[in-house]
Design a protein around this ligand. Structure first.
Ligand code: IMP
Length: 425
């Protein structure tokens, strides 16, 4: 059975925690897009693990963890992550990496930093956009190219470094890269990773055929999707559910469920319009209580009320079948909680997420207010034991989206997860 987990907002929905929770039951966890721009925090017992490239399932010894062909691979960062996990006693021998994974090379990171001065997206500077641009432009390199080597690859590689150096030096007036030095470095990194390489599409296909439980773990979120997000303030891949197919090499008919993960409020990092953003004390309470600071960059996240227009849109573009609502406990102290049900735009009320970023910039949220529950819910273990007002809040989200909630997270730890409906059934 194949289940896709997608972020239903602007990323940082707590996907790492939900993936980790479901990974206990899963046989295989697959990352299908993004790169080291992602940051998943998983808390187990009293330990906190920060994962960027490695699927959250790595903390279970028997779960096969796959980095699919849709992920852009920063080998240096991946090796650091493997080393850190091994140092802390986590076995990484169940990690597999697609031979087809495109590489993030040092010049991609440099270009990301330089180009963002003009694009002003507020990227994570992890080289994601330039690496995907090269992939689509057929100017990139896959990890298999490094393993195979040969004169065709080396000529292409040197030509690329020369081309990138011209841009870096002539346009930006900065130091370029030494092609031989870079080649030696990345060949060394690829050699260290060779033992993890596999035909991952085949592994996933076989797992699904054998009726194993396969989880596809999306990074970022729906509104950061290159096609369906708030372009240009997006990432350069497809976090939406369709990306699970192209980014892993399986067909859409294999997917049984799509779980949309949404925080009980909304956050966003970087630039771009955000209708329910709170710049007052309520926003600060959400940021502090929710520890809303980026795992990858440490940047403070912008915070706001829950937006049902966004969730309805996420339901549509991902085909969401189940919801996982995270960080419910962050709302514990509010007298009143608000849910945005539509946007006021000029003299109209919009109930669908607008296509135009200019329209979105001018949208004013229309809220319904619900009474808060003013109770610590962090140790509640069943839906029925939640305060009634907290239950009503979840039910209101279900009513506004037409989708049932399967999981509710009431804290960062594995056991702070309420199961309302089973996912693998
Ligand atoms: P990039 O992915 O580094 O190119 O950044 C593009 C945009 O996506 C920026 O606004 C980032 O802040 C945002 N972004 C990228 N990865 C994440 C993530 O994992 N969580 C939240 N925002 C992200």
């Amino acid at each position: 059975m194949a289940v896709v987990l997608v972020g239903a907002q602007w990323g940082d929905e707590g996907k790492g925690k939900i993936t980790d929770f479901l990974a206990e039951e899963a046989d295989c966890v697959v990352r299908y897009q993004g790169g080291s721009n992602a940051g998943h925090t998983v808390e187990v017992m009293h330990e906190k693990f920060m994962l960027h490239l490695i699927p959250s399932g790595i903390l279970y010894r028997d779960t096969l963890c796959i980095i699919g062909n849709g992920v852009v691979l920063d080998m240096e960062k991946l090796l650091d992550e493997i080393e850190e996990l091994e140092k802390r006693g986590v076995d990484t021998s169940n990690l597999r990496i697609s031979y087809r994974a495109p590489l993030v090379l040092p010049y991609h990171k440099k270009m990301d930093e330089l180009e963002d001065r003009y694009k002003r997206i507020g990227t994570t500077k992890r080289g994601i956009g330039p690496a995907y641009a090269d992939k689509i432009n057929r100017a990139g390199f896959r990890i298999v190219d490094l393993i195979e080597g040969g004169s065709f690859f080396e000529e292409r590689f040197k030509a690329q470094v020369e081309y990138k150096n011209r841009i870096i030096k002539e346009i930006y007036g900065e130091e370029g890269f030494d092609a031989d030095e870079m080649l030696a470095k990345i060949k060394g990194e690829a050699a260290k990773l060779e033992k993890y390489l596999a035909d991952t599409s085949l592994l996933i296909y076989q797992a699904i055929k054998d009726k194993k439980k396969v989880l596809f773990e999306g990074a970022q979120g729906t509104l950061l999707d290159i096609d369906h997000g708030t372009y240009p303030y997006v990432t350069s891949s497809n976090p939406t559910a369709g990306g699970a197919c192209t980014g892993s090499g399986i067909g859409p008919t294999s997917i049984k469920k799509v779980v949309g993960i949404a925080k009980a409020y909304t956050t966003r990092v970087g630039e771009g319009p955000f209708p329910t953003e709170l710049t007052d004390e309520a926003g600060e309470i959400l940021r502090q209580r929710g520890a809303e600071f980026g795992t990858t960059t440490g940047r403070a996240r912008r915070c706001g009320w829950f937006d049902a227009v966004i969730l309805r849109y996420a339901v549509r573009v991902n085909g969401i079948t189940d919801l996982a609502i995270t960080k419910m406990d962050v709302l514990d102290d509010f007298d009143v909680v608000k849910i945005c049900t539509g946007y006021k735009y000029k003299d109209k009320i919009l109930t669908e997420f607008p296509e135009s970023i200019n329209v979105l910039k001018e949208c004013e949220p229309v809220y319904i207010e619900l009474p808060g529950w003013k109770e610590d819910i962090s140790s509640v273990t069943s839906f029925e034991d939640l305060p009634l007002n907290a239950q009503r809040y979840i039910e209101k989200i279900e009513e506004l989206t037409g989708i049932k909630t399967a999981l509710v997270a009431v804290g960062p730890k594995r056991d702070q997860t309420i199961i309302k409906e089973e996912i693998f059934c």
